[in-house]
Design a protein around this ligand. Structure first.
Ligand code: FES
Length: 137
């Protein structure tokens, strides 16, 4: 049985997620914009460029991807990696280039940078609901 898609309407988040300077260059960081108790998205910073994705692996059950808090990248820091089964994704495109979901893509999150602060550029959907009786990975 797949996870249920949360059918609550997307929420407009007006507060900043963080400041650009709070993001370490060449690293990733998870965010929980709606206060759901888990990081439902993450940002990768590469120099002045920020790329954001939903924390949902397309391989299995929209699983969480970090192998450790805020760690969404492989050892070389040139790919996003899913901690569950090791799928590798291009940072820019979200395309899976190695692993069990080869050819699938991550879900992008649009950002808006204003005065050095990072905002969501569009209303944000809640994360997937866990299955009853089973913790969401
Ligand atoms: S759940 Fe991500 S690679 Fe399997």
């Amino acid at each position: 049985m797949p996870l249920a898609i949360d059918d609550r309407p997307p929420v407009t988040v007006t507060r900043a997620l963080c400041r650009v300077e709070d993001l370490r260059d060449g690293h990733s960081r998870g965010f929980d914009p709606l206060g759901e108790g888990r990081d439902t998205m993450f940002i990768v910073r590469q120099g002045d460029r920020l790329v954001a994705w939903r924390n949902n692996c397309p391989h299995y059950d929209n699983a969480r991807m970090a192998w450790k808090k805020d760690e969404f990248l492989n050892a070389d820091r040139d790919r996003i990696v899913c901690g569950a089964h090791g799928a590798l994704f291009e940072i820019d495109s979200g395309l899976c280039v190695q692993g069990p979901c080869l050819g699938d893509r991550l879900i992008p999150v649009a950002l808006d940078i204003r005065d050095g602060e990072v905002f969501l550029a569009a209303p944000y959907k809640h994360g997937m609901r866990p299955r009853p009786g089973r913790p969401h990975n």
